[in-house]
Write a new protein. Structure first.
Ligand code: AMP
Length: 192
């Protein structure tokens, strides 16, 4: 079973993906995590994307599609969870083609519905928690980058809701519920 978790920054995609990895042995493919790893290890690609990511803008389709293509040849476990990918219509088309080429299907697109006030609170909280735990906040977890990330989401990613609705793949889940309730709603979709 291959699924997409769709939603704005702070909607809980990463948290819910982690739960699915534990509960169902699924494999989380987070392009954000892959890009942050490239940035930290200082690869040429990482250096190229660092400033774009910190500003909250999207990196090119070509880069993220390449990252996903590589991972699709790896271990699939109980299926792939696409977390933070696709984020543009071009990425969505590319994912469809990559899966088709592998003879795989996309089984559900789960939209985590939240409102903007909650997103800002969660992201500011995430930055505060990271610092309180002795670490550092994500470079893009600040108010200025968050504004850009939200605008990128509404301009480029939210059209995917209509795209997957028209394909018949979209399932909406209330992302404002507690973490466990959101997990239960997702489980209900996957087990339906
Ligand atoms: P995330 O961890 O999913 O919030 O992603 C962090 C940042 O990585 C985003 O703000 C973008 O700069 C970049 N990024 C992650 N996934 C994608 C994607 N699918 N397309 C373009 N940029 C992405």
């Amino acid at each position: 079973m291959n699924i997409i978790l769709l939603g704005p920054p702070g909607a809980g995609k990463g948290t819910q993906a982690g739960k699915l990895v534990d509960a169902r042995n699924m494999v989380q493919l987070s392009t954000g995590d892959m890009l942050r790893a490239a940035k930290t290890s200082g690869t040429d690609m990482g250096k190229k994307v660092a400033a774009i990511m910190d500003a909250g803008e999207l990196v090119t389709d070509e880069i993220v599609i390449g990252l996903i293509e590589e991972k699709l040849d790896g271990e699939a476990g109980g299926g792939f969870i696409f977390d933070g990918f696709p984020r543009t219509l071009a990425q969505a088309d590319a994912l469809g083609e990559l899966l088709e080429r592998k003879g795989a299907t996309l089984d559900a697109v789960i939209e985590l519905q939240v409102n903007d006030d909650v997103l800002v609170e969660r992201i500011v909280g995430r930055a505060r928690d990271a610092v309180a735990a002795g670490g550092t906040a994500r470079a893009d977890d600040n108010e200025e980058s968050l504004k850009v990330r939200l605008m990128e989401y509404y301009k480029k990613t939210s059209p995917l809701i209509g795209y997957y609705y028209a394909k018949g793949d979209l399932k909406a889940v209330d992302g404002l519920a507690s973490m466990d309730d959101v997990a239960s709603s997702i489980a209900a979709v996957l087990d339906a």
